[in-house]
Write a protein that binds this ligand. Sequence first.
Ligand code: TXA
Ligand code: MG
Length: 318
Amino acid sequence: MGSVKATTGNIRKAAAVIRAGGVVAFPTETVYGLGADGLNPAACARVFEIKGRPHFDPLILHESSAARAMKLFSKVPPGAKRLAARFWPGPLTLVLPKAAAVPGIATSGLPTVAVRVPSNPTALALIRAAGRPVAAPSANCFGALSPTTAAHVKKQLGGKPDMILDGGKTSIGVESTIITFEGGRPVLLRPGGLALEEIEKVAGAVAHARRDGKAPQAPGCLAKHYAPKARLKIIPAGAAVKPSARAAYLAFSKRPAGKWAAVKVLSPSGSLREAAAGLFACLHTFEKKGVRVIYAERVPAQGLGRAIMDRLKRASAK
Ligand code: TXA
Ligand code: MG
């Protein structure tokens, strides 16, 4: 089926679909999610199937309030409580020991669960009406570009979800920042829509997940991810790259000279927030044009620039 506008009536219908074990794509403030009843193992299994997602890669449970979200954890360190109080609803996901009620399929058998309270009004209304945690990964095919519009969802998943709620373009445009705790201290699993600087003001210095197996990691944060079909090459801003009518150019703030197949400027004013909001939409546009190479300029690795560079690096991985 096509997508439907996120009206009160359609949100109510979507909630009924979720309660009945169905799968609904819906907007959040970060990217679109592919949602199902997080306490229903068969419904969660359908989400994995529709995305083509490997079963080792756990889902995020979405709740409608911090109080309800906390019930999905069995242990919450003080730093995590402070983060939840300050940043929920918002683009922050906490990974903590799971409560017994959370089914193993949602966490891929891990003893921890990822939870967040989104701030998008459609998402909140849907979760509230469903009356249960909604398990939702990004509504894309596994490894492909994340969707920031209902059209992006439709292009990748077609008629597989039972319903697609169209709530317009997502405001933040990159996925949530994922934080876990080790010995009471915060560890970054994925940079995202909430700047690390903001998190550190509330929870102190944040350690970075390592790939040596000694520190926790997000199983889904693979080296190659968020990838367009074209080859993506990261270049310094303003680098002298030879223009090509077969390549696309993703600039941070200044339009490059020369003739390109397509050019997008993420933020003429140099705002990292604006750049993050438009990142995936620009890559989707390039993909639609069928370009073979995308040159993407580096952005400053601060604030939301960290999330942008993370996505560009994964998109450029071989
Ligand atoms: O903004 C977002 O977070 C969006 C919207 C829809 O809320 N969701 C999203 O979900 O990005 P997804 O599934 O594409 O990414 C979730 C990430 C994956 O990399 C997964 O491996 C990690 O979270 N994750 C989930 N549960 C985990 C756990 N228990 N321990 C470590 N990582 C976990
Ligand atoms: Mg994803």
